[in-house]
Design a binder for this molecule. Structure first.
Ligand SMILES: Cc1ncc(COP(=O)(O)O)c(C=O)c1O
Length: 459
């Protein structure tokens, strides 16, 4: 834009939060106390927190200003009207049902549509989506294209749904056993990879042929729109907002966590065009989340989201956002650290299976790598391998996950380039002694979403 090569953060910093440096002994103690589960660490023991990009972003001055006019009325709040208008203007959906976060939208949708034995296809279900489907007795089926299952394979839209596999699933299950089809944009569990407009259109066509509703898990719709603009033939001249609108127009509804591309610290919504289903979902909402004009959120949260939904499609913001992730990835790639290629929209994913071939999936290589990044440099990442996605087998042990990844997720508008340079240095240093890393075993775990609370022991 400026005619210079350097892409700068398109903001200046108005308020700062100190981060704490810890000693190696403090980090070892913290790891032991947390049972080697990075979710168990206190944030004050973490120097650079790349656990998630969810709810961890910095809000803008305009969002904070919006929060000051939050209308906390129980019913008919003006803040809800602004929130509803912003979400409707973006998505075009008739019904916008606010929820306290994305998984509440998923829970309500699943509770009202999924019956035991149903099959629910998605490119890759995120962990909460999968858990909600399963909690309602359904079977979460991942139908991402073959390239999306191979970390080292380059493809511009590795998040695409395998449309022939979708057709086959509908033939074998029968359309009456499939309450809806979903596509996650971008595909977080598959490496933050985008889905093309062409693929969304193809899924829409399949759904139309079989009379099936099509939903987007739209947490990162703006990042997905940016990739479409950059990579899809004929899309380069369109604004991210126009592209996002077309993405939504191809679906019948969406679940949305505003903690990602809502640029807010909490919130979400469930959106749809189906009047009868919306009525049932709103009744479910009243039972568990709150009245339909606040849905478990404060009025000021609704204001922050309304502003965030505007800001997130800003071209300068998206350019900087996607480029920062790419920059971190380039540093790793240049140093020969195996990563999922190409980089995702919100995160860099390290390929722990390739980096630690001496550890089998049973020894949780991605957990070993994530723990070492914290031990070495105070960097918190998240395991996205057999701990998160492996399935405990009845006779003991696990069915391993398709990939063993460590995700370094960048919070939005939080860290500067020197933070990112530091992270790259830590990762490269750990990778240089990868052969020394030992695996882990699980000593205790919950039945659902075990990665949040499991405890581990080094092998
Ligand atoms: C793709 C995707 N879907 C759903 C969710 C759930 O959203 P929330 O954390 O707001 O419940 C997440 C959160 O990380 C996600 O990445």
């Amino acid at each position: 834009m400026s005619g210079f090569r350097t892409i700068i953060e398109p903001f200046r910093i108005k308020s700062v939060e100190p981060i704490r440096f810890t000693t190696p002994i403090e980090r070892e103690d913290a790891l032991r106390a947390a049972g080697y589960n990075l979710f168990g660490l206190g944030s004050s023991d973490v120097l650079i927190d790349l656990l998630t990009d969810s709810g961890t972003g910095a809000m803008s001055a305009a969002q904070w200003a919006g929060m000051m006019r939050g209308d906390e009325s129980y019913a008919g709040s003006a803040s809800f009207q602004r929130f509803e208008q912003a979400a409707r203007e973006l998505t075009g959906f008739r019904h916008i049902i606010p929820t306290h976060q994305g998984r509440a939208a998923e829970r309500i949708l699943c509770a009202e549509t999924v019956r035991p034995g149903d099959a629910l296809p998605n490119n890759n279900h995120f962990d909460t989506t999968r858990a909600n489907v399963e909690h309602s007795g359904g079977r979460a089926v991942d139908l991402v294209i073959e390239e999306g299952r191979r970390p080292q394979t380059l493809h511009p839209f590795k998040g695409n749904v395998d449309v022939s596999a979708l057709e086959r699933l509908i033939q074998t299950e029968g359309r009456e056993r499939i309450p809806w089809v979903m596509a996650t944009v971008t595909n977080n569990a598959g490496g933050g990879q985008p889905v093309s407009l062409q693929n969304l259109r193809a899924v829409r066509a399949v759904c139309d042929r079989h009379g099936l509703p099509f939903y987007l898990d739209a947490c990162r719709f703006a990042e997905n729109a940016w990739f479409i603009r950059q990579r899809e033939p004929g899309q380069g001249g369109r604004s991210p907002r126009e592209i996002a609108r077309e993405m939504f127009s191809l679906a019948d509804g969406a679940t949305f966590s505003a903690k990602k591309d809502g640029l807010a610290n909490i919130g979400g919504f469930l959106a749809m065009n189906d009047d009868a289903l919306a009525l049932r979902c709103r009744n479910n909402l009243i039972l568990t989340e709150g009245f339909p004009t606040y849905g478990g959120l404060a009025g000021y949260d609704l204001e922050a989201i309304a502003v965030g939904l505007e800001e997130v499609t800003d071209e300068d913001y998206l350019h900087y956002r996607i480029r920062s992730v790419e920059y971190l990835w380039e540093r790793m790639d240049a140093a020969g650290v195996p990563t999922l290629k190409p980089p995702g929209g919100h995160a860099v994913y390290l390929d722990a299976a390739a980096l630690l071939p001496h550890l089998s999936a049973r020894a949780y290589p991605a957990q070993a790598l994530a723990v070492e990044l914290y031990r070495a440099g105070g960097v918190r990442s998240v395991e996205m391998g057999s701990v998160m996605f492996g399935r405990p087998l009845p006779g003991g042990g696990d069915e391993p996950a398709a990939m063993e990844l460590v995700r370094l997720a960048l919070p939005r508008r939080v860290y500067t380039q020197s933070h990112i340079d530091y992270v790259a240095e830590v990762v490269i240093s750990v990778a240089s002694r990868a052969t020394e890393l030992a695996g882990f075993r699980i000593t205790s775990q919950a039945g659902l979403l075990r990665h949040f609370t499991a405890r581990f022991e080094p092998l």
